[in-house]
Write a protein that binds this ligand. Structure first.
Ligand code: 1CP
Length: 343
């Protein structure tokens, strides 16, 4: 495979493709028995710091499915751990922070990320580029709002109340926090690009909790800063969040080449909401994979049809693969996307 001719990278650049490229957010991980085997005795954050594990887990779905891209195995909190924050990923819960950050003293603990802090990323990406033989590798990082939410709440949160209290009530502190997190995220993405990642995705998963006005005032300047600084590299930039129907225009305004859409907005509507010159990624409901195959197939065709309204379309789920998903369904879905779009 020749990398720059890959359908995934071509679709990101809004160039014609022989068939719609497909990959799945969270394609590596909990839905795969081979993942559960290699992770059995290794804590999540230890796995994310071991190049051998990263390469193996990233490659597992690529061996199973004919996906058009691999996603680097890591987690959005890895760079925060790398600068020395006391946090862990608890099985069945997610990231938990020992001492949540809610004031100037806490924010001051967020130092810059140096490439040397994440030497294992450079090594793992290098190893993956070799193993992937021309198949693109998507690097990723957490968006600043989503990272802030874990740091401020201390763990997963439904309402993000402490996060919003700081954002609404202490705009200067919020700005300082967002600047520091954006710098960490930018550096983490640059390390992955320098080591050979072909594209990068910013997962600002929880920004859908904000109104458009608040997003524009308190988050957009920071994500724009990140995307502007990534523009000099040859790696397409994907911007994704959940529940972002009202924010899709702003997510593209931030400077992404591709906007990821969850399952709540049909792609033909999404195409009208983003800036001209933006490709779309998405957006089959991950829960639809639990319905009978006929239903999955019909919904997949519908996503492909609506995706034709976009300037470029990368097929994906509307959010990550759910842990109890049958891997055979994903294999079948990958084939179907390719077959249907080849016609
Ligand atoms: O023990 C385990 O297996 C832990 C489960 C797990 C895994 C496999 C977590 C904990 N993270 C990951 C890997 C991971 N995280 C990947 C790579 C896998 C792939 O994509 O193929 C990626 C891209 C992430 C990114 C991530 N982590 C996001 C953004 C994507 C999204 O789903 O919106 C978020 C929000 C996190 C936080 C996180 N880490 C882990 C969990 C369970 C969560 C979510 C917690 C919550 O609900 O708030």
């Amino acid at each position: 495979m020749i990398l720059h001719e890959s359908p995934f990278l071509r679709a990101c650049r809004r160039l014609p493709v022989p068939r719609t490229p497909v990959w799945f957010m969270r394609q590596a991980g909990r839905s795969l028995p081979e993942y559960r085997r290699v992770r059995a005795d290794v804590p999540m954050l230890e796995a994310c710091a071991r190049p051998d594990m990263i390469v193996e887990i990233t490659m597992q779905p690529v061996r199973r499915y004919d996906v058009d891209a691999a996603i680097y195995f890591s987690d959005i909190v890895v760079p925060l751990k790398a600068i020395g924050l006391d946090l862990d990923i608890k099985s069945g819960v997610g990231p938990v922070v020992a001492d949540p950050i809610r004031d100037a003293g806490g924010i001051a603990r967020l130092r810059e990320l140096e490439p040397g802090d994440v030497g294992y990323v450079t090594e793992a990406v290098g190893g993956l580029v070799e193993e992937l033989k021309g198949r693109p590798l998507v690097g990723f990082a957490g968006g600043p709002f989503t990272l802030a939410s874990y740091l401020i709440e201390g763990g997963p949160s439904k309402n993000h109340e402490h996060t919003k209290a700081l954002m609404y009530g202490e705009p200067k502190l919020w700005d300082d926090l967002m600047r520091r997190l954006s710098a960490i995220t930018l550096e983490f993405l640059k390390v992955q690009i320098a080591a050979g990642a072909s594209a990068v995705q910013l997962f600002d998963s929880w920004v859908g909790a904000l109104s458009a006005e608040d997003y524009r005032a308190s988050v957009l300047p920071h994500t724009s800063w990140i995307f502007e600084r990534l523009a000099e590299f040859d790696a397409p930039r994907i911007h994704f969040g959940v529940g972002t129907g009202e924010l899709l225009g702003l997510l593209s305004e931030a400077g992404a080449d591709v906007v990821g859409v969850d399952w709540r907005v049909p792609l033909d509507s999404a195409a009208q909401r983003v800036q001209p010159g933006t490709a779309l990624q998405g957006n089959l409901d991950p829960a639809a994979l639990f319905a009978p195959w006929d239903v999955v197939a019909e919904r997949t065709r519908d996503v492909l049809n609506r995706g034709r309204a976009a300037e470029g379309h990368i097929f994906n789920l509307g959010h990550g693969v759910l842990p109890t998903t049958d891997p055979d369904t994903l294999a079948r879905l990958t084939e179907l996307v390719h077959e249907e779009s080849e016609r």
